[in-house]
Design a protein. Structure first.
Length: 318
């Protein structure tokens, strides 16, 4: 049974004993009190689960579920299975939300709005700062056309009906880009989208996360899933093209040339503006000959990548 007006905040927890108290406190500090917090302990060996249990014992709005380790997607899916709110919000265990997050989002609520997004920052002191985002509610097609939408689930409040009626879940076979596929699927089944023009989410850049430690097999599988998603939802081609090309660049550096040929031939990208000059050239060559394109990329991209890293380091030290 869905409880009208209630926001279900889902936090997957794994080895987060040092940071989960701050994350939970950021939820408890909400000025809007109509929420439930669902903590899913994904088999943490570091005592995270016990910390969650202590919080649940002191606040009936906090629920804890313990499971064997299965990855962040399985933990989020368990949270969805047990959520009772009209709205769903995801927060990572090492991140925090502003005390005004739910108040600001529910202030944008209208009957035909199914997704409400807000900005994030890697600097905690920027929380609650205003942004220049367009806050006019619009169709999801208009919204993604602005290219300023959030691709990750953190920074969004989603109407649970959209998720429930369309059986939307995180793909538990994916280690990379699974949150983007989930978010885009929610967009595709939404009526209108609204934006809050404030920074309401503090994102901690964890260098040990999956996005910083890509494995070749994970990138190949995620690329295949993204290509299939592009074929099903062509409105998102621009993002899928850019994402798979990013994975191809990484795979080139790992010497997975044959896999790159297969992915590039299947992707047939048209949106290349965000990639560097070498990859843009590779795509143009691929329209004539994929083998020639990948041979060009394998020769030129490693050098380009090294030069770009040196350039970044010099600029950072200025």
């Amino acid at each position: 049974m869905t409880e009208k007006g209630l926001v279900s905040i889902i936090i997957p927890v794994y080895n987060a004993a040092k940071c989960i108290p701050d994350t939970i406190e950021s939820v408890k500090s909400q000025t809007c009190k109509d929420w439930e917090l669902i903590l899913v302990d994904d088999g943490s060996p570091d005592g995270s689960g016990a910390i969650c249990d202590r919080y649940a014992a002191s606040d009936q709005r906090i629920k804890v579920y313990h499971k064997e380790n299965g990855g962040v997607s399985s933990a989020r899916n368990m949270g969805l299975d047990n959520a009772t709110g009209e709205w769903i919000c995801f927060v990572d265990a090492d991140d925090e939300i502003s005390e005004r997050t739910l108040e600001e989002c529910m202030g944008r609520e209208e009957d035909d709005i199914d997704v409400i997004q807000f900005s994030f920052s890697q600097r905690r002191e920027e929380l609650n700062r205003e942004t220049d985002d367009d806050i006019t509610p619009m169709t999801w097609q208009e919204y993604i056309g602005k290219r300023s939408f959030l691709v990750c689930v953190g920074g969004s409040v989603i109407r649970s009906r959209v998720i429930r009626e369309n059986a939307i879940r995180f793909d538990e076979t994916m280690k990379l880009a699974e949150d983007q596929i989930f978010m885009f699927t929610c967009f595709a089944h939404s009526r209108r989208v609204a934006r809050v023009n404030r920074i309401l989410y503090y994102y901690y850049d964890n260098g040990g996360s999956a996005t910083h430690n890509e494995k070749a097999e994970d990138m190949i599988l995620s690329s295949q899933k993204c290509i299939a998603f592009k074929q099903q939802y062509p409105d998102f081609s621009f993002r899928m093209d850019d994402l798979v090309l990013f994975f191809i660049e990484k795979l080139i550096l790992q010497g997975r040339y044959e896999d790159c040929k297969k992915l590039l031939a299947e992707l047939r990208p048209t949106y290349i503006i965000k990639r560097g000059v070498v990859t843009r050239t590779m795509v143009r060559l691929s329209r004539k000959n994929v083998n020639m394109a990948i041979n060009f990329e394998r020769l030129c991209y490693p050098l380009y990548n090294r030069v770009y890293r040196i350039y970044e380091k010099i600029n950072k030290n200025k």
